[in-house]
Design a protein around this ligand. Sequence first.
Ligand SMILES: Nc1nc2c(ncn2[C@@H]2O[C@H](COP(=O)(O)OP(=O)(O)O)[C@@H](O)[C@H]2O)c(=O)[nH]1
Ligand SMILES: [Mg+2]
Length: 285
Amino acid sequence: MTRVLSLFQNLGIHVTKSRCAAINCIRANSNQTSPDPWSVNPIKDLQDLVAIPIVKENYQVFNPSPREIEQGHELFKQRSGREITMIKSVVSLERLPEQNIPEVSFVGQSNVGKSSLISALFNHSKDSPFIKIGKKPGLTKTLLFFEVKKLFTLVDMPGYGKKMPTYYMKSMHGYLKTRNVLCRSFLLVDSEMGLCDVDKEGLRMMEDLAKPYAIVLTKIDKPRRSVLLKNLLEVLDYINKHTHICFPQPFLVSSPSLSGIKYLQTFIAHTTGNLHLASKNTEQT
Ligand SMILES: Nc1nc2c(ncn2[C@@H]2O[C@H](COP(=O)(O)OP(=O)(O)O)[C@@H](O)[C@H]2O)c(=O)[nH]1
Ligand SMILES: [Mg+2]
C-alpha cells in the first residue's frame, strides 16, 4: 500500500482519509438512486480511493445518460436467432468480407480477453454466436467478423506479441491500415498486469497508423482495487504523455461480471453512428 501511495504522490495525486470518508458518504447516498450497477462507468467505483478526479474533467468526453446507456445496450440484444452472427473468419487480407457498414476491432495480446469481451458484449442475447474462449494463449488465429443487426461489425483479431507469426502481424497491420469501414479499434490491456512492453509496442503501432482507437482495461474483477487504480493511473499518464490519437478515457470491463459492458456497448453504438447522444459534455467522437 505504501508503494501505491507513493505512486499516487509521484503522479501528483493527494489521498486523504477525511475526503475518502466524505466521498464514500456521497456514494452511499447516490447508490440508493442507482439500481443498475452494470450501467455505471467502473472508473466511478474507484473514485473514493483518491481525492481528485481520476480522469480530469476535460478528458471526461464520454458521458451518456442512464437512458442513453439503456439504448446502447438495447442494440446488442438479440431478438430473433440471426440478428447477431459470425459472418466470416479470414486469414489473408484478400479474403476480407466486403462490408459497407461501420466496423470496430479488438486488438491486444493473446489471452488479454478479446474473445471473452466480444462474448460479454453479446451476453444478454439468448442466441449469441458461439465464441471460443482460450484456455491456452493464441487460440484466435484468424480475423473473426461478427455482424450486429446489419448495423455494424465487431472484429476479433489474432493476439499479437513476441511469438506472433509474421503473416499474422502483416494481416493485422494491413487490415488496420487499409480497412475503410473501420471507425474505431480497441486496444486491450490486462488490468491486473498493467501496461507492459508488448502493450506499448501495440500503442506505438496504433499511433503510427493514426486511426481512432481507445484503450480497454480487461479483467477488472481480478486485481485489488488499489492495484487496479495504480494501473489505470499509469495508463492515463501514458495516454497523456505518449499518445495523440488515443481516446482520452480508457474503458474498464470484466467479462464474467459484465461490469463496464453496458457503458462500452453504448460507446460502440455511438462510435458506429447508431446512437446519437444528446448528453451535455459528450464529445462528438
Ligand atoms: N477473471 C477474468 N478472466 C477473464 C476475463 N476475460 C478473459 N478472461 C480469461 O482469460 C483467458 C483468455 O481469454 P480470451 O478471451 O480467450 O483471450 P484472447 O486470447 O485475448 O481472446 C480465458 O481463460 C478467459 O476466461 C475477465 O474479464 N475476467
Ligand atoms: Mg481470442
